[in-house]
Ligand binder design. Structure first.
Ligand SMILES: [Zn+2]
Length: 168
């Protein structure tokens, strides 16, 4: 079950989760800076969603193959960003990063308990989601698959959006 279909119990739990994975919210202020280039900036399903303006994308003169990306709980959507499948895909990345953020918190607390400086623990907490994504790409590459399409985070998000693992 993804965020778009989550029930009341899941929503209650999600009220607590942001405090445990606070490092996933570090880039949120940057999201508000994107307002001049966005047709929408607002919270949906626990994530700050930015829909880039079509005229801004045209100005850039590029055919953006990438329709969205997720950094923690900041989601940037470009071409076809209003497609609910794209949003489902990106929201699945949020869930993956929440799980990784919790892993980072546990590892960071273990680091703190072992007498390491607080900033080392905070760094572990903040960087674990990115490290896990990159590790999934490394594993895909070692298996001989494409680093992006073979990354199991991407495979999961594509499967969640109901478009199969071989498509974007
Ligand atoms: Zn993705």
């Amino acid at each position: 079950m993804g965020r778009l279909q989550e029930d009341a119990a899941a929503k209650r739990w999600r009220k607590w989760l942001p405090w445990l994975v606070a490092s996933n919210y570090v880039l949120i202020p940057l999201g508000y800076c994107a307002k001049p280039w966005a047709s929408f900036v607002g919270w949906e399903y626990g994530a700050l969603i930015i829909r880039l303006r079509r005229d801004f994308l045209k100005q850039k003169g590029k055919d953006y193959g990438t329709v969205g990306f997720t950094l923690g709980h900041l989601i940037v959507l470009s071409k076809h960003g209003d497609n609910p499948l794209v949003q489902t895909h990106e929201l699945h990345h949020c869930e993956q990063q929440e799980a990784s953020g919790l892993t980072g918190l546990v590892v960071g607390l273990a680091c703190l308990a072992s007498g390491q400086p607080w900033w080392a623990s905070a760094l572990l907490w903040a960087l674990t989601p990115a490290a896990m994504y990159l590790s999934a790409s490394a594993v895909a590459w070692m298996r001989g698959e494409d680093k992006y399409r073979g990354n199991f985070w991407e495979e999961g998000a594509r499967a969640m959006a109901g478009r199969g693992c071989k498509q974007r």
